[in-house]
Design a protein around this ligand. Structure first.
Ligand code: SF4
Length: 91
């Protein structure tokens, strides 16, 4: 861990595999940061440490199903409103 983390203090990001429809928008928006798993075809955030905040958000914004969640100190930054998936209980 270094202090030069591009303003990512407290930031974490992850892909919700249940929301990912494998359309590779995030991997196009931030290549090398988000990668589709070869077997499952579900996107993964593979290079969090190497990513800038802009790259993290570029991938997240490109995702049509809001599968990419970005949090800061455990509070969700993106998406601000997480719409339920079809058939999912609103919690
Ligand atoms: S843009 Fe969203 S749905 Fe598409 S591959 Fe990336 S995480 Fe999955």
């Amino acid at each position: 861990m270094s202090d030069q983390n591009d303003g990512k203090q407290g930031i974490s990001g992850w892909v919700d595999p249940k929301r990912c429809i494998s359309n590779a928008k995030c991997t196009t928006a931030a290549p090398g940061i988000y990668v589709l798993d070869e077997e499952t075809q579900v996107a993964e955030l593979v290079d969090f440490d190497g990513a800038t905040l802009q790259q993290l958000f570029a991938g997240a914004r490109a995702c049509p199903t809001q599968a990419i969640i970005i949090e800061q100190y455990g509070r969700r930054m993106y998406p601000q409103i997480l719409t339920p998936m079809f058939g999912e209980e609103n919690s």
